[in-house]
Design a protein around this ligand. Structure first.
Ligand SMILES: [Zn+2]
Ligand SMILES: [Zn+2]
Length: 342
């Protein structure tokens, strides 16, 4: 089968590899659509945590497809069923899982291999984090259940409520999903911050109440002006840079919540103004990944078009042209998510 393998930083090659063979409990899926992700781009550009990805590997983690083979003892799913799965499956019995923090599982398994004609889903993932896709939803839309699951988890941690003002730094795929989610959760004023006008235009089309180009104006001052001088009820960082993590702390009002969502490079430290933090009673939250419950919820929200992810897929390319897709994502910020069709 054809597959795109990542060998190292900016070294992505389409090669012929063996179709994986399926053992007991496992499921083989013909990938019908996969989507690029900010995490993929980060790994492509600078590498990643070795615990999560070992190179070389078939790349990509957002996908959906059709079941073509099931291993012994698999009663569900059936061959021919449209499904999505992963990209993680918690063990359900480590201390973190027992504390209901499945996204922090100490024995998490991760699945890479979306950018290929076939993907083998491990037994635990079939059991814990695979869902059937309704007919009404396309494979590419279903692929976006993964990032949306992470965003749902983050939005729950931030506690977005009816009538909140929400400032979001970053109008990339994750920031835009935060925008769509915050609006559905009842935010009455959403402010999107980015340095690329095209992305801010898309944010406006998707319902952002205000946009700020951070390269042209003072972001903190602007957010204050838009919130009656107070700052936002909730500030979300959706980029993953120390400067914007620190900026998010300045965008929230007294008693507000700051959600640091974008992952920074390992070893990153940030400065927190203790006076502002203490006397302003800020709540500072991190959020990482998602639980199987969030994946299911994300797929339901996509399928019902409660959260319409279709405008985020700005281009589709065949698997053979995946290098073009990553070159575009690296050099221009016009594309949001690119559909990869193996
Ligand atoms: Zn992703
Ligand atoms: Zn666990």
């Amino acid at each position: 089968m054809k597959a795109a393998l990542l060998y190292g930083v900016k070294d992505l090659r389409v090669e012929d590899v063996e179709v994986p063979s399926v053992s007991a409990g496992e499921v083989l899926v013909r990938v019908k659509g996969a989507t690029t992700c900010g995490t993929d781009l980060k790994i492509f550009q600078r590498g990643y945590v070795e615990k999560i990805i070992k190179l070389p590997t078939i790349f990509g983690h957002e996908w959906a497809g059709e079941v073509v083979q099931t291993g012994a003892s698999v009663e569900w799913p059936k061959v021919g069923m449209r499904v999505r799965a992963g990209n993680s499956a918690p063990c359900l019995h480590c201390t973190m899982c027992q504390k209901n923090r499945y996204n922090l599982c100490e024995d998490m398994i991760w699945l890479w291999g979306a950018y290929a004609e076939y993907i083998k889903v491990p037994a635990r993932m079939v059991w814990v984090n695979m869902q059937q896709i309704p007919e009404s939803v396309s494979y590419l839309e279903a692929s976006i259940a993964e990032p949306l699951a992470c965003v749902l988890h983050g939005a729950e941690e931030a506690g977005v409520k009816l009538g909140d003002s929400v400032a979001i730094i970053g109008a990339g795929p994750i920031g835009l999903l935060h925008l769509l989610t915050a609006k559905k959760m009842g935010a009455s004023k959403t402010i999107m911050i980015d340095v690329v006008d095209e992305r801010l235009d898309l944010a406006s089309k998707l319902g952002a109440d205000a946009t700020i180009n951070g390269s042209k104006t003072d972001v903190v001052k602007n957010v204050r002006e838009l919130t009656g001088g107070y700052g936002a009820d909730i500030a979300i960082e959706a980029i993953g840079l120390p400067a914007t993590w620190e900026q998010a702390l300045k965008l929230a009002r007294k008693g507000g919540v700051v959600l640091e969502f974008g992952g920074c490079p390992p070893g990153t430290e940030i400065k927190v103004n203790a006076e502002q933090f203490h006397y302003g009673e800020l709540t500072l939250r991190g959020a990482f990944h998602a639980t199987p419950m969030h994946f299911r919820k994300a797929l339901d929200l996509i399928a019902s078009h409660t959260i319409d992810v279709r405008p985020l897929i700005t281009r589709e390319v065949p698997l053979e042209q995946i290098r073009t897709a990553f070159d575009l994502l690296t050099t221009s910020k016009r594309d949001v998510k690119i559909g990869i069709i193996p």
